[in-house]
Design a binder for this molecule. Structure first.
Ligand code: HEM
Length: 496
């Protein structure tokens, strides 16, 4: 009996070992340096302990612009070379059409545009594109402004009530401020909804989205194990089903109330309602585009946007306090802008603020919130010595791409000048990957950039920020998608 049990155990263990190591050797055949895999857990046996985007930078420094990583049992090719990125993401995009489909346990999020396969993705993306043009964004700029003015009122209250009597500055957690604010701004401009208690970091909607995006999840060894044994995923923490249901119901109610009232606001909700009107068309039926697919795009709008805008705005504030002379220059630019425009912050004139724009882009270079845009190779592809096999994951480690000294000398330094119009031609057009590129680039890029600039003009017109002894950033290990970090205290005061 013992012998039989022993034999079964040996067979089982051998099968698991074989399974975990099944893909070993595939990257080596692509003629690229590979981060040496461990016996069972790929190149990432301590994935939950290491900050992955910083690991990407170290690997780039050690292995060069193209290297392979077994993330658990999954072979991945990492590309940091801007010319190869042009080929893969733009010129030969038809070989790299998809991203991973991820099962998050609820169709309302599984069907987000991010995860859709090519044909369905194309049909879903196309009617949404017009919302993200400059003209359409201007139409929702009034909603953005209302949200921004509320944010300023709330910072003003902090300055009045929490001020340190001797020093004149108030201490705020800047990431929390921005998190609640960008959630509110997104809801107001996309759906015309004002969330209850919208500027509180404890508001119910914000808490639910935190649950959905798994922001507070801690990664442990089980999480690392799931990379080699994906069937263990069901024991690892997943997204909160209750929160998804509740938010989904809210989106459905808002859209159906608009349809019943025949109401149009020229916003994103109008586009979703037009799409809902097409769900019985043969094309939508053939592709399986249902009400749920369309509600998923409402989730995508909020999930893709608020956290990334929060991170960039938090980090921009951080760099401004770290470099007071740069903050002063931005203040001067804004003061001159206001003087030219009779004290008004005109949305259509934001383009004049070239230095603020450069500071924003330099922040996005140093801290791209979405750490690795990705593609799946859908047809065998080769270029010179590099051969990528169908089915291989291609990762774009944005943190490493942005620290290429050939494109960005002194890559760790915050130097907004790199993004001034006169210096733009010095960098390769595919050296900046914060929004990805090619047909599957970020659809919300223009919306996000305009919203952040609009917010910062209002904020810096009235307030100044200052570093504290505890203003430090610590990134969370194990994160593979959106960068996560601690709360960031910062001093703020009204400008004289
Ligand atoms: C600063 C803020 C933002 C950053 C840094 C960001 C970044 C990204 C990145 C890196 C991608 C992948 C691109 C690629 O694979 O080439 C992406 C895709 C996407 N983003 Fe954004 N994003 C931001 C804001 C937004 C906003 C406000 C929306 C609102 C609609 C949005 C919606 C999307 C969608 C729907 C996709 C998937 C596009 C597709 O598959 O066709 N993003 N974003």
């Amino acid at each position: 009996m013992i012998l039989v049990l022993l034999a079964i155990a040996i067979v089982l263990i051998s099968a698991l070992v074989l399974y975990a190591r099944w893909n070993y050797g595939t990257l080596e055949k692509m003629n690229i340096p590979v981060v040496k895999p461990s016996f069972l857990l790929g190149s990432t046996p301590d994935l939950h302990l290491k900050v992955q985007h910083l690991e990407d930078v170290l690997r780039f420094q050690k292995h060069g612009k193209v290297f392979g990583v077994y993330e658990g049992r999954k072979p991945m090719v990492f590309i940091c070379d801007p010319e190869l990125l042009r080929l893969i993401m733009v010129k030969d995009a038809e070989y790299f059409k998809d991203r991973r489909a991820i099962d998050l346990g609820d169709e309302q999020v599984n069907e987000m545009m991010d995860f859709l396969p090519y044909d369905k993705w194309k049909e879903v993306r196309s009617p949404m594109t017009p919302f993200f043009t400059q003209g359409k964004i201007k139409l929702v700029s009034q909603s953005m402004k209302e949200s921004i003015l509320d944010l300023c009122t709330s910072i003003r209250a902090d300055c009045n009530f929490n001020r340190d009597q001797n020093h004149g500055f108030a201490n705020i957690l800047i990431d929390q401020k921005f998190e609640a604010f960008y959630m509110d701004l997104s809801f107001r401009s996309a759906f015309g909804i004002k969330i209850d208690d919208h500027l509180s970091s404890d508001n119910e909607v914000l808490k639910m989205f935190r649950d959905i995006s798994g922001q507070d999840a801690e990664f442990n060894f089980l999480y690392t194990l799931t990379m080699s044994f994906p069937f263990l995923t069901k024991f690892a923490p997943t997204l909160d089903a209750d929160a998804t249901k509740k938010i989904g119901a809210t989106f459905r109610n808002v859209l159906s109330a608009r349809r019943s009232a025949g109401q149009k606001n020229n916003d994103f909700a109008d586009i979703l309602n037009e799409m809902i009107g097409k769900t019985s068309s043969p094309q939508y039926k053939r592709l399986g585009i249902t009400d749920t697919t369309i509600i998923a795009q409402a989730f995508n709008f909020i999930l893709a946007g608020y956290e990334a805008m929060k991170t960039i705005s938090t980090m921009l504030t951080y760099y401004l306090v770290k470099h007071p002379e740069i903050q002063e220059k931005v203040h001067e630019e804004i003061d001159a802008f206001l003087e030219r425009n009779n004290g008004e912050v005109l949305f259509e004139k934001l383009g004049e603020l070239v230095y603020l724009h450069a500071c924003l882009y330099e922040t996005m270079r140093l801290v791209p919130p979405f750490i690795r845009p990705e593609r799946i190779c859908t047809k065998d592809w080769e270029h010179e010595n590099l051969k990528i096999k169908k089915g291989t994951m291609v990762m774009i480690p944005a943190w490493a791409v942005h620290r290429n000294p050939e494109q960005f000398p002194d890559p760790e330094e915050f130097k907004p000048e790199r993004f001034l119009p006169e210096n733009k031609s010095k960098m390769h057009p595919y050296a900046f990957m914060t929004f990805g590129t090619g047909p599957r680039n970020c659809i919300g890029m223009r919306f996000a950039v305009e919203a952040m600039k609009y917010a910062f003009v209002h904020i810096l017109k009235e307030f100044k920020f200052e570093m504290r002894h505890d203003t430090v950033i610590k990134y969370k290990p194990g994160v593979l998608f959106f960068v996560q970090y601690n709360h960031i205290p910062i001093n703020v005061a009204k400008r004289a």
